[in-house]
Structures are given as C-alpha cells and as structure tokens.
Design a protein around this ligand. Structure first.
Ligand SMILES: NC(=O)c1ccc[n+]([C@@H]2O[C@H](COP(=O)([O-])OP(=O)(O)OC[C@H]3O[C@@H](n4cnc5c(N)ncnc54)[C@H](O)[C@@H]3O)[C@@H](O)[C@H]2O)c1
Length: 422
C-alpha cells in the first residue's frame, strides 16, 4: 500500500512527462546505476526516506532507489520547491510521498514525521530538518539501530551536522554528500550558477548593463557571479572571507562591503548560507536603489531579511507568481523573488538534470555503500570515500563518451613519492 498526501493526484500524467524529460538527461543515475540496481537489488528490504526538493530529478533518484529494492518515502525540503505534478506521478509509481507546494511550517514538519513513522533505515536530507527531527522526536530509530546511515545534500545542512558532531550530539553516521567533489563543484557551482537565469525569469529584465551584486564567492555564488558577468552585467561581489574576496578580485570582479553596494545595485543575489547578509534595519532599506530586485539562492530564507522588509513596507503587492513588489514608506519599490526562498527552485525548476545526475548518482551509490557496510559505522561525520566520488566522475565521463588518461605505475610512484628529484 502506498502512503501519501499530495496536492492533486490528477497531475500524475503531467508529472510523468517532466520525469521523462529529466530521465533523458540523467544517464548515470537512470541508466548505468538503475540497470545494475534492477538486476542486483542491493537495497532490498531497506526503507529510505528523503527530505528533498521534490523535482523531476529527485523523482528519478526515487525510481533508482526503488529499482534497487528499497521502499522509498519522500517529503519536501522546502515549502515552495515541491513540483505537485512530479509528486503525483511518483505516488502512482508506488513511492510514498508527503509533499505539496506551499505547505505551512506545521505541515512541513507533519510531512517529515510521516516519513519517520515508516521507520526508515537510511535518511537522505537536504538542509538537516529530517535528521534533526529524528534526533528530537524519534530517538528510538537511533537507539534501536533502525537508522543505519544518513546523507546530507547541501552546504547548510552539512554545516549544521559538523556543528552537532563537534558538540558530540550527532548520534547517526552521517555522509556529507555535499562535500564530494562530484557534487559541490558541479551541482553548486554550475547549477546554482545558472540560477541567475531564474532571477531574470522572475522579473524578465536584461542583465546586460545592470549593476548586479552577488553576496558570497563560494561554490554557488562564484558560479552566479561568473554567469551574471557572462550575461553582460557589472558584477560586484561581497565576502567575509579574505581569500575568497581576493579570488573574486583576481577573477575580475569589484569587491565591496554590502552596505556600499546598496545605492547602486539593480539586482542583489545571495547564496552564503549566512543570516542577514543585508542588515535588517529600515535605515539600510532606505538606501536601496529604487526598483532593486532581491533574490536568494541559499538554503534558508534568512539571507535577505524578509520579515523586517515586509514589516517596513507600506504595501506588498504580488506582481507575478512568486514575485512581490514592496513599496517602502519613502516610495521606493523593491522586487522580492520567491519570498526570499531558493529562487532557482521556486521560480523555475531548480538545477539542470545533467548536474543533478551526478549528485543523485552519488546518493544512490552511498545508499548501497551504507547497506553493504551496515553496522560498521560509528556515529558522526564520515567523509565520502574517494573511490565513490571518483566512480561517479568516471561514470559521467563514460556516459558522455569521454576518455581520459590513467596514471602509469611509474607516474603514480613519482607523484606519491619523494625519492626522485632534479
Ligand atoms: N539554490 C540551490 O539550489 C542550492 C544548491 C546548493 C547549495 N545551496 C545553498 O547555498 C548556500 C551556499 O552554499 P555554497 O556551497 O556556495 O557554500 P560555500 O561555503 O562554498 O560559500 C559560501 C560563501 O559565502 C561567504 N559568506 C558567508 N557569510 C557571508 C556574508 N555575510 N556576506 C558575504 N559573504 C558571506 C563565505 O565566506 C563563503 O565564501 C548554502 O545555504 C547552501 O545550502 C543552494
């Protein structure tokens, strides 16, 4: 029996079309790994719960895990990123889905709890909410050894788990999938990088000639700065890390403190994982350029101080789906994308399937690794095995028909030794 609560089951056919489009672009997760999983069933008897953005790409991850023999439960990792048609299609295919677009905070946690009630063995999180809820409300899943391993998909989630680990309160083996090379150097940099397109989609503006501020110069934000520059914008980067700031400067960007950018900025996009990147003060809001577009691509809606902006605005008017016009007391207008939530997922469909192919191939293989090595992990952070990270890289190259060189024994010894010199 399939357990579920979705917005509208009649959207299933539309969802299947979306899943098909993604499938064609995810050869590693959908073809290479799924075909092997179908034959070998490495996840037989395992219950996997994912708290993930319910997109067509995640749908294909669920199909692969199911093909491997797992019983799959899904809930959304952000109230506005669930694609209702995909959720409906997955239910029809036997995936247990508790997710609908626009759920409230209370409903969001209700969905997480429904997944945890299924007594999952593996948790795949995106932002730490499900695994933290398991610690707080379902300790028996940990104490009784039902949960055998967990994975975290995003930078913000990994930071929370590293903090828990440091304090000795992380009680499960946790694989920080985000930190694998084949994840953050592609998903974060290329996927979120291309997210500037969502910002354009939100307001339909021409980036060329605009003064665009990118907050951060990390994996996501450096990708965004590069793409905004490629579209012809004058890009200024803000940072708090001196090395990242230097990297941005030497890559040809202006670097300034955020407050100095506000009077000139036509567009401000954040992806730092940090709180209140724009300070939450009315006198600072008054320094915005009239007509500025504000968008966030970081995990939580705390980078742009949306609550204080809504409180200060004398009028809030929706002007298109997921875009609001805020009129400040002095008359200036601000255009806020996606209520300050992940603009690339809310305004469009998230990352291109090609990059998610790598992230989800990794999650499939790590799920298999957790099952194979069940019982041998201690609670805490367990770095992603390099062989698995590289394997995904090789499989992606293989799917693209690209060959690369292999180190000879002599080369390997040279690189890893010290006896040979000038
Ligand atoms: N939108 C998406 O689809 C998507 C995808 C992947 C990651 N994310 C999220 O994006 C955020 C960033 O992830 P990342 O992988 O780029 O992290 P990262 O650690 O690589 O980069 C963050 C950068 O922001 C800088 N920073 C921190 N506080 C700042 C501040 N107050 N002002 C200016 N710069 C500041 C840091 O120094 C760092 O260089 C996280 O919340 C992550 O979970 C979103």
């Amino acid at each position: 029996m399939v357990n579920y609560k979705v917005a509208d089951e009649s959207l299933a056919e539309k969802g299947k079309e979306a899943l098909y489009i993604a499938e064609r672009k995810m050869p590693v997760t959908v073809k290479i790994i799924r075909e092997r999983f179908t034959k070998e069933k490495p996840l037989k008897g395992v219950v996997i719960a994912g708290c993930l953005h319910i997109t067509k790409e995640t749908g294909n991850l669920a199909r692969t895990l199911k093909a491997g023999g797992a019983e799959v439960y899904l809930c959304g990792s952000n109230p506005l990123s669930t694609q209702d048609d995909v959720a409906a299609a997955l239910v029809e295919e036997g995936v247990n889905v508790f997710a609908w677009h626009g759920n409230t905070d209370e409903e969001f946690y209700w969905c997480i709890r429904q997944c945890l009630k299924a007594k999952p063995n593996i948790l795949i999180d995106d932002g730490a909410d499900m695994i933290v809820t398991a610690h707080k409300e379902f300790p028996e899943l940990i104490e009784e050894g039902i949960i055998i391993g967990c994975q975290e998909e995003t930078t913000t989630g990994v930071k929370r788990f590293r903090a828990m680990d440091k304090q000795g309160v992380l009680k499960v083996p946790l694989f920080p999938v985000n930190d694998a090379r084949c994840k953050n150097q592609f998903d974060n940099e290329l996927g979120t990088g291309q997210g500037v397109i969502s910002a354009i989609y939100g307001m339909h503006i021409l980036f060329a000639g605009k003064d665009v501020v990118i907050a951060g110069y990390g994996h996501c934000s450096s990708g965004m700065a590069l793409r905004a520059k490629g579209l012809g914008a004058n890009v200024t980067v803000t940072e708090v890390d001196p090395i990242k700031a230097l990297q941005a400067k030497f890559a040809g960007f202006d670097v300034k403190p955020i407050l100095k950018t506000l009077p000139e900025a036509d567009v401000i996009l954040t992806a730092t994982g940090c709180k209140h990147v724009i300070p939450p003060k009315p006198e600072i809001f008054d320094t915005f350029k009239d007509g500025v577009i504000l968008g966030n691509l970081g995990h939580f809606d705390i980078e742009i101080p949306t609550k204080q902006l809504y409180d200060y605005a004398k009028e809030v008017k929706p002007i298109r789906k997921h875009v609001e016009e805020l009129t400040l007391p002095g008359g200036k207008k601000i255009y806020l994308l996606a209520k300050g939530r992940l603009a690339n997922l809310v305004l469009s469909e998230g990352h291109p399937s090609e990059v998610m192919d790598m992230s989800f191939a990794l999650q499939s293989l790590i799920s298999e690794y957790i099952v194979k090595n069940k019982g041998s992990f201690k609670p805490g952070i367990i770095e992603i095995p390099t062989e698995i990270d590289n394997k995904v890289g090789y499989l992606k190259l293989q799917s693209m028909g690209i060959e690369i060189d292999e180190l000879t024994g002599e080369q390997y010894n040279y690189i890893h030794g010290y006896l040979e010199g000038t």
